[in-house]
Design a protein around this ligand. Structure first.
Ligand code: ACO
Length: 304
């Protein structure tokens, strides 16, 4: 059998780090650090100076996972590149000086974008003969924040993460499951700035994570007990706590890394992978975001 396996992961952060205190002071937000940390688990975020910095971050993250291999394709998930075109993927293609036959596309599916990109890359490897695909999440969420809306501006940050997805005969994605809960697509919207019904996002994310994860596990003929690690979209530590309770999971299996990064939308999962020991483990990856779209994938050894 042919699989696509995550071999390496990396992240690249902007230089400008803002603790809750610094952020609140600098932008004069009507809140306090304790509220933000207690309600979200977030202590710090990074912001780009300018949205064009995102291209450099994506290139940096990509070059860290691609040394000494022939890259056959790049997929970048981003909703905040600041450019209608070219895509960040083509900028990275140029930076890595790839052969003209190497593919490069961008996808815009908000916080679930990385998982969608990953499932496309999986299909390129399984069905179209590609061997090494770099999948990137890159976001400058600061460029779409309304700093006068305290219920959203404290939640997000900027950054990029990348993984190298490579052909394998032994280990890789054994299933994906996707859902689109479009009846709720007005709950989280960004025209110029993010507008969100936070409570509805909170409640729907827990239900959706549980359903999509269980669907992916059923397709993989696995149970929740078989999973060593859940690397989920990182928005809010309380979402993970509630999900762990709902699914009777050990909380240590759903690590929350966004305390230091905030919610970087499509970049959270590759960034979290760069901080996780995912080798030789059965790992569930899952995203949830505007739309609402949700995707889960099960990464494991063949036949286990
Ligand atoms: N500081 C102080 N008070 C605040 C703040 C703040 N930063 N933000 C909201 N409040 C206040 C509100 O004004 C409101 O006050 P009121 O009762 O006097 O009107 C009160 O808190 C309750 O407001 P709610 O919106 O009902 O607060 P809730 O308990 O739902 O918590 C929060 C808000 C933290 C945003 C929560 O809904 C949440 O975490 N939702 C998940 C949203 C999320 O993580 N989105 C990420 C993007 S989507 C994704 O990545 C999947």
């Amino acid at each position: 059998m042919l699989y696509s396996n995550i071999v390496k992961a990396s992240r690249a952060m902007p230089k400008r780090a803002l603790s809750n205190d610094l952020f609140i002071k600098e932008y004069n937000i009507d809140t306090n650090s304790e509220w933000v940390e207690t309600m979200t688990g977030i202590k710090q975020r990074y912001f780009v100076e300018d949205v064009s910095e995102l291209n450099q971050l994506a290139c940096q993250a990509a070059s860290e996972v691609s040394s000494e291999i022939k890259v056959d394709g790049i997929i970048v998930a981003s909703s905040t590149s600041g450019y209608h075109f070219p895509g960040i993927s083509q900028i990275v293609h140029k930076y890595l000086d790839l052969d003209k036959h190497a593919r490069a596309i961008d996808v815009n599916v908000a916080c679930n974008g990385f998982m969608i990109a990953l499932s496309i890359a999986d299909s390129w490897i399984k069905h179209e003969g590609l061997e090494n695909v770099i999948v990137i999440g890159a976001e400058a969420m600061s460029s779409i924040l309304d700093m006068s809306d305290r219920s959203t501006c404290c939640l997000f940050g900027d950054g990029a993460g990348a993984v190298l997805l490579s052909k394998s005969n032994e280990r890789g994605f054994v299933s994906f499951d996707h859902m689109v809960l479009s009846q709720r697509c007005d709950t989280l919207v960004a025209k110029k700035h993010i507008e969100m019904n936070g409570r509805a996002v909170f409640e729907n994310s827990i239900k959706a994570f549980e359903e999509v994860i269980l669907n992916a596990l059923v397709k993989a003929c696995k149970s929740v007990e078989d999973v060593d690690l859940f690397v989920l979209h990182q928005a809010n530590a309380r979402i993970f706590k509630s999900l762990a309770k709902q699914m009777c999971l050990d909380e240590s299996k759903i690590p929350f890394f966004a305390a230091n990064f905030a919610n970087t939308s499509a970049a959270t999962i590759p960034m979290a992978l760069s901080l996780s020991d995912f080798e030789n483990k059965t790992v569930v990856l899952a995203g949830f975001g505007a739309g609402f779209t949700t995707t889960a994938g099960v990464l494991s050894y063949a036949g286990i």
